[in-house]
Design a protein around this ligand. Structure first.
Ligand code: APR
Ligand code: ZN
Length: 310
């Protein structure tokens, strides 16, 4: 077999050495984490590009997260959103959500990464990381929430694609945005989540616009408030600034194919920082990472961050 020329530079394979990772963690001062659908998969939320998520009913789930998909059939897009909302109502934050939430509490993080800042940037729209943070904060002795949690330059959590529970008015002159946790959002959506079941014989309803979610201010049709493909993620300037100043980027449960999220780790690396990937599978550009931990993040991450026994 032909051998490679002796001066061939093969990129170092990423390390899977936990003690090495913990050493880097303890010396890091500005840490960010980019999370994707794999963070919430153990909580029952389908991923987008794994076998369980690419299709919904017989439709391409990705196309249902586009403006064109909504214009095509607001009825179908709202049934897709309703299906995912109903999944979230049954879902709970898993150990990886909780580990990241604990890691965002300065008093806990101090033990493994002294004098560091941390922001979780999630692509997920299920609010499970927000719920995890709320439950961790609620369990803290009262009055012990360090002021860094309200440090405007280093927020604990940024939901860059928004939330399934954000709704926006489609009327240009209104644009009213609201949170809505009703289940269902409107009577016409009730029970449509069941049509998803593969053996469902139920016909797919074509819900008239007037029976879809309507703006509480002007009565116009509402759209899901999350960021669709081709739209600018929320707080993107803040996110890019955090990535420019980070010296460690954790990449958890994402295929790293959707931009601009996918470029954050590369930005940290290019600025001399370190990247640690946590994924059940190989993912894009993970060979460029400094650390690669292959396995379920719900078991590996709490241990890697030493947040299991806090
Ligand atoms: N632990 C760690 N990683 C996991 C786990 C798990 N338990 N389960 C799945 N994964 C990994 C998969 O191997 C895959 O790499 O999670 C990743 C999920 O990838 P995607 O489905 O592509 O989801 P994501 O990367 O978040 O997609 C980015 O694309 O569809 C849009 O807006 C949507 O926010 C989404 C964006
Ligand atoms: Zn309106």
């Amino acid at each position: 077999m032909a051998s490679l020329p002796s001066d061939t530079h093969l990129p170092e394979m990423p390390s899977a050495d936990l003690s090495e990772f913990r050493k880097v963690l303890s010396n890091s001062k500005n840490i960010i984490c980019l999370a994707g659908a794999g963070l919430s998969a153990p909580s029952g939320m389908p991923t987008f590009r794994g076998s369980d998520g690419a299709l919904w009913r017989k439709y391409d789930a990705l196309r249902l997260s586009t403006k064109a998909g909504f214009l095509d059939s607001p009825s179908r897009v709202w049934q897709f959103e309703h299906y995912r909302r109903e999944l979230v109502f049954k879902a709970k934050p898993n150990a990886a959500h909780l580990a990241l939430a604990k890691f965002s509490i300065p008093a806990y993080r101090e033990r493994v990464a002294p004098e560091s800042t941390f922001t979780l940037i999630t692509q997920n729209v299920d609010e499970l990381s927000k719920k995890a943070l709320q439950s961790v904060k609620a369990s803290l002795p009262s009055g012990s929430i360090d002021n860094e949690l309200s440090d405007p330059d280093h927020p604990p959590l940024i939901e860059m694609h928004g939330s399934l529970f954000d709704l926006v008015c489609t009327a240009y002159e209104c644009g009213h945005r609201e949170k809505n946790y009703n289940s269902p959002l409107c009577p016409a959506l009730a029970g449509t989540e069941l049509i998803y079941e593969a053996d469902s014989k139920l016909p797919e309803p074509d819900i008239p616009k007037e029976d879809l979610p309507r703006c509480s201010k002007c009565g116009s049709l509402q759209r899901p408030g999350m960021v669709w493909f081709g739209e600018v993620p929320y707080r993107i300037d803040e996110i890019l600034k955090l990535a420019e100043n980070a010296d460690l980027c954790l990449v958890v449960g994402t295929s790293s194919v959707v931009h601009p999220a996918a470029k954050l780790a590369g930005m940290v690396k290019a600025a001399g920082g370190k990247v640690a990937v946590f994924n059940v599978d190989r993912s894009k550009r993970d060979e460029q990472a400094d650390f690669l931990f292959i396995g379920p993040s719900e078991t590996i991450l709490p241990d890697a961050l030493r947040m299991e026994d806090v």
